[in-house]
Design a binder for this molecule. Structure first.
Ligand SMILES: [Mg+2]
Length: 246
């Protein structure tokens, strides 16, 4: 906008919040095994052999998963017990991550982050159901932890939309920009619905448990096969619309 011989700029930043599992990386079952070990430590004698194959992890928060696992075994999920199981889980996770042969950082992730980190108009953060400690354990294993300056985590809230709100507030505290555009990048309908709940755009990537059709049906603004798709940068920074019809 040009006014009376001087320019005034409406500075707008994009707050990008990335999910972790199925979006940035695959932990190769390390998370599930660490939760099983934590439950076994705390309740093993009472529960027998622990297996969480029947509990759906994708798109869920860590406290939700532990609550669900306890309920699955008929144990009352009181807050103290959930906190204790989560503490043990975080203790076992680095070891399980180290031993997971199938651990991988997903295609295009590192290159995308290396570009986004150089941009002044984009804040790179996390919006993940992992507790903060578990999130950084996974990112460290993939050597991509240094890209993220803030986040909303499973340790902030049981509900995915609420933890995104926490992440958004943390991002806002880091910038003086007057206007914000919020983009959530995730791999499940839970990410899409949570993004919508806070008025964010959602880029859904089908490198996790859900295919493109179900992510589009959930209402994602953009759907891509993986983050190697060169249109993703523009979709995150606001330059280009990607079709949902992939
Ligand atoms: Mg995920």
């Amino acid at each position: 906008m040009k006014t009376a011989g001087c320019y005034s700029y409406q500075v707008r930043v994009t707050i990008a919040m990335f999910d972790i599992d199925g979006t940035l990386l695959r932990a190769g079952g390390a998370g599930r095994r660490a939760v099983e070990r934590a439950l076994d430590d705390r309740l093993g004698k009472a529960l027998g052999t622990i297996s969480l194959e029947a509990v759906e992890f994708a798109g869920r928060t860590d406290p939700w998963i532990v609550r669900e696992a306890l309920t699955h075994y008929g144990v009352a999920p009181d807050e103290g017990l959930i906190a204790e199981v989560l503490r043990l889980y975080v203790e076992y996770l680095p070891d399980e991550l180290e031993r997971a042969p199938a651990f991988e950082v997903l295609p295009g992730v590192r290159a995308l982050l290396e570009i986004l980190i150089t941009r002044d108009d984009t804040l790179l953060g996390l919006g993940t159901g992992n507790t903060e400690a578990a999130a950084y354990a996974k990112l460290r294993r993939g050597q991509i932890d240094s890209f993220f300056a803030f986040g909303g985590f499973g340790s902030d809230h049981l509900d995915r939309a609420e933890l995104l709100r926490v992440g958004f507030e943390r991002a806002r505290a880091r910038t003086s920009a007057a206007a914000h555009r919020v983009v959530v990048i995730g791999d499940t309908p839970h990410d899409v619905v949570a993004a919508q709940a806070i008025g964010a755009e959602c880029i859904a990537v089908s490198t996790g448990w859900y295919d493109s059709a179900s992510l589009a049906a959930a209402g994602a603004n953009h759907v891509v096969a993986d983050l190697e798709d060169e249109r993703v940068i523009d979709a995150i920074t606001g330059g280009l619309a990607i079709s949902k019809d992939v």
